[in-house]
Design a protein around this ligand. Sequence first.
Ligand code: HEM
Length: 135
Amino acid sequence: MTTFEFQAAEIGTEVLTGPFVTGAGPHSGDISVQRIDTPLTTIVRIHSLFVWAFLALLVALTWRLSKIASSKEAQRSLYPLIGITVVQGAIGYTQYFSGVPVLLVFVHIVGATALWCTLVWTYLSFFSRPQETIS
Ligand code: HEM
């Protein structure tokens, strides 16, 4: 497994912990629906821990690539991913500390989708297709 594939698995776990946060919070159904029996704060801490770990790994990978002269392009391709992770993390904290308003939850889910798409796009950008030959 490459460093980047490990990171993809890590952020995949982050996305998977999201519905657990929802399940413990106010948006998992009407008042009669039983919530996950763990305080929202505890699950949010686990959820955000993965974000920090992912960001740290991304920065470390960018720094390592900066030491290799032939990897400048690969290094640059990580910038959109770093940017969107920071924005998504900021949305996450804002919605948490403002009492999880519906509109911000919606933006957070859009952000999670955008982050995943950017991750796949970045991963694919590391490969080049062999030139097609016409015989
Ligand atoms: C890369 C960053 C992040 C990703 C990809 C992500 C992804 C997700 C996903 C997929 C959900 C589940 C939505 C659903 O059940 O439909 C979720 C929920 C949630 N996340 Fe994040 N998250 C990130 C960062 C954060 C951070 C930093 C916080 C704040 C500390 C946070 C707070 C929450 C909260 C409070 C919910 C529950 C929203 C609700 O009530 O439905 N997230 N997240």
